[in-house]
Design a protein around this ligand. Sequence first.
Ligand SMILES: [Cu+2]
Length: 83
Amino acid sequence: MIMAPIKRGKTMDDLRKSISTEEGPPPIEEEKTVGTAVLDGGTSQVVDLNLQKGKYAAVCFITDRKGGPPHAAKGMVMEVDIQ
Ligand SMILES: [Cu+2]
């Protein structure tokens, strides 16, 4: 999973559109994006993420083992409001 600040004036709909069309710059602040490790099934992880206040997108760009689109294109995208 990555946690990416959503650019000012942009929305989750803008991000979903960007992911599905792969066109234009993504509406996230890429230089402030943090990510977690990729884990095997049945394992777990606890992480501390040092995030500034604001709206973030939690996004999974992993694909299934057999390939196909990244999970983000299948809807594995969520908005998180850091207070
Ligand atoms: Cu996923």
